[in-house]
Design a protein around this ligand. Structure first.
Ligand code: PEP
Ligand code: MN
Length: 344
């Protein structure tokens, strides 16, 4: 049994909990973790678990293997809204995040930033640190890239989301970005998750390419356990036997996550498909099935993109996607209000 205590646990509450656990005939082990007391003891019955869970100062009791708590509806029964520089994820509108795969230079970034803003995107994306399969591929401009992103925000007013790959870079990326992206390859990097959990910046956590919904949720739990509850989850395609697209977009993840968590959900049709022509239909499908945001790779000259060129759409294509998503949002809001009326 694992007893997760509240952060405001008093000494008296702690003593009562420990006495109650000892009263079950087992000896507890106490550790301090992420500013929280965690009490571990050998297996307990369901009845004793319920008894401990009722005690003041207890946040949650896990009977066997601990799982997620702060990401669940048990912890927060209302949907979380994450504010990124004034843009709300988890509100009534599907947020469109758009920009290049990688920051390639100041001029081209500004060109893309202006174009995605004109097309209706609300947040600018772009990697300054790129996780590349080969170490010899373009791995991003690093600090210069962050400064270019900040300049693009300055000019367009669009908040920026960019990936952080290394715990050592968190303070620097945190100073420049409005939202920290943890990429698919780092979803299981628990040190990085704990580090972004210590910041108070919104986090876009991408699903590992072979990760289950449970694993995505427990990875998000690392961030929330650190006290940072501003997390948006992102489905970006999973690896399957199918090779007609780069990955397989698991749209089932949207309702599956909705069922389990109060956190907003984003869908990335660009990395999910790897194909320019597939991005618009998948983005529409994501909005139609209730995604809170979509993230799309855009380039003004896709053939010149230094990274993921085959999946970059043009700003004109992005504008059409934004129009379709706005129309879908409108229909879905109408359906939701009609449903609410029918219930009344
Ligand atoms: C990205 O969004 O820039 C990216 C690298 O995606 P992923 O981590 O999903 O592969
Ligand atoms: Mn990319």
């Amino acid at each position: 049994m694992i007893v997760l205590c509240r952060t405001d646990l008093t000494d008296a509450q702690r003593d009562r909990i420990l006495a109650a656990v000892r009263g079950l005939g087992v000896s507890p082990q106490v550790r301090e973790q992420e500013g929280r007391t965690v009490i571990e003891s050998p297996a307990a019955t369901d009845a004793s678990r319920c008894e401990i869970e009722r005690l003041a100062g207890v946040e949650r009791v896990f009977a066997g293997e601990p799982g997620a708590h702060f990401v669940t509806w048990d912890y927060r029964p209302t949907p979380t809204k994450v504010d990124v520089g004034g843009v709300v994820f988890g509100g009534p509108d599907t947020v469109v995040v758009a920009g290049p795969c990688a920051v390639e230079g100041l001029d081209v970034l500004l060109e893309i930033a202006r174009a995605v803003k004109a097309a209706g995107a609300r947040v600018l994306r772009g990697g300054a640190y790129k996780p590349r399969t080969s170490p010899y591929a373009f791995r991003g401009l690093g600090k210069d890239g962050l400064e270019f992103l900040a300049a693009a925000r300055e000019e367009t007013g669009l908040p920026i989301v960019t990936e952080v790959m290394d715990t050592r870079d968190v303070p620097l990326v945190e100073r420049h970005a409005d939202m920290l992206q943890v990429g698919s390859r780092n979803m299981h990097n628990f040190a990085l998750l704990a580090e972004v959990g210590r910041t108070r910046k919104p986090v876009l956590l991408k699903r590992g390419m072979s990760a289950t919904i449970d694993e995505l949720l427990t990875s998000a739990e690392y961030v929330l356990a650190g006290g940072n509850e501003k997390v948006v989850l992102c489905e970006r395609g999973i690896r399957t036997f199918e090779h007609s697209s780069r990955n397989t977009l698991d749209l089932t993840a949207v309702p599956a996550l909705r069922e389990r968590t109060h956190l907003p959900v984003c869908v990335d049709p660009s990395h999910a498909s790897g194909r320019r022509g597939f991005v618009a239909p998948l983005a529409r499908a994501a909005a139609a099935c209730g995604a809170d945001a979509v993230m799309i790779e855009v380039h003004v000259r896709p053939e010149e993109a230094r990274c993921d060129a085959q999946q970059a759409v043009l700003p004109t294509e992005l504008a059409a996607i934004v129009r379709d998503i706005d129309a879908l949002d409108e229909v879905l809001r109408r359906t939701a209000s009609a449903r609410a009326e029918a219930v009344r």
